[in-house]
Design a protein around this ligand. Structure first.
Ligand code: DAT
Length: 172
């Protein structure tokens, strides 16, 4: 069954603006915003805390099982930093957000992350880790890398995604 509305995945290093973008696109288009971090906490889809990386160890199979029906219906905008464990068939568009390194550093400092966690995340951004993950996991033509450093970038990205949704048609 083809989806009646598109599914979008928004990924990128923490702090690049995924949640802000997804909220605004959801408001503009009616897509359902699915924040994977919130879902994992709400439904305990994890196996505990990773002391080294200072984050929950998510249970990827359980997350995929929890999402399968919604994704099959379509009309979801999914918000998660990584992207390599979702089924490729779920998404019509994959957006990777990127932020200037010094701006990203400041955003993460405001989150009260440890210096180590900030360094690891900014290093991840410098090395384009998520861009590589997305291009390794999805067809090149559906992966779009968007800058998310300034409020103007955010506004433009919201408009672009909303415009893309308006013109999307189900494939036969
Ligand atoms: P993420 O969901 O990727 O972790 P977020 O949406 O929570 O990121 O944004 C982190 C902070 O940065 C938040 O205070 C909003 C701000 N921000 C994000 N993208 C921005 C942009 N393009 N311009 C200005 N501020 C931005």
């Amino acid at each position: 069954m083809p989806r009646s509305a598109p599914n979008i995945l928004v990924c990128g290093t923490p702090g690049t603006g995924k949640t802000t973008l997804c909220q605004q696109v959801a408001e503009a288009t009616g897509l359902k915003h699915i924040n994977i971090g919130d879902l994992v906490k709400a439904q305990s889809l994890h196996s505990g805390w990773d002391d080294e990386f200072e984050c929950l160890v998510i249970d990827e199979d359980k997350v995929c099982d929890a999402l399968e029906d919604m994704m099959g219906e379509g009309g979801c905008i999914v918000d998660y930093h990584g992207c390599d464990f979702f089924p490729e068939r779920w998404f019509d568009l994959v957006v990777v957000l990127q932020t200037d390194n010094s701006v990203l550093w400041e955003r993460l400092e405001k989150r009260a992350y440890s210096q180590k966690k900030i360094q690891e995340n900014v290093q991840c951004e410098i090395m384009h880790v998520i861009v590589e993950e997305a291009t390794d996991s999805y067809r090149e033509e559906i992966v779009h890398v968007l800058q998310s450093t300034t409020p103007e970038d955010m506004e433009r990205n919201v408009e672009q995604l909303a415009a893309w949704c308006r013109t999307w048609r189900p494939s036969s």
